[in-house]
Design a protein around this ligand. Sequence first.
Ligand SMILES: [Zn+2]
Length: 94
Amino acid sequence: MQEIEAKEILEQLKLHVENGIYTQDMATTIRVHNEIDAYNLAINALEKQVPLKVHYPINESGKTNYKAPYCFKCGTHLHSVLYCPHCGQKIDWE
Ligand SMILES: [Zn+2]
């Protein structure tokens, strides 16, 4: 999936969840909540497809340690991987 595509779909899904339908009818309310859960799952999965920049720790003297890249989402130490092995986040190394 293209990064642009993923971002556009993400925006649409988030908008749909934010504009969730509220109703007095219990069956419809339950159905809508289940749909919103499904949307949130999809949003979560898609967000991992949009690359997040790799992060590097900064020590007390303010120097960046480029030898210890880590995933910004979960903090896992990374070794030139396209996806974080722990949370599945796509990593941007540039
Ligand atoms: Zn991660």
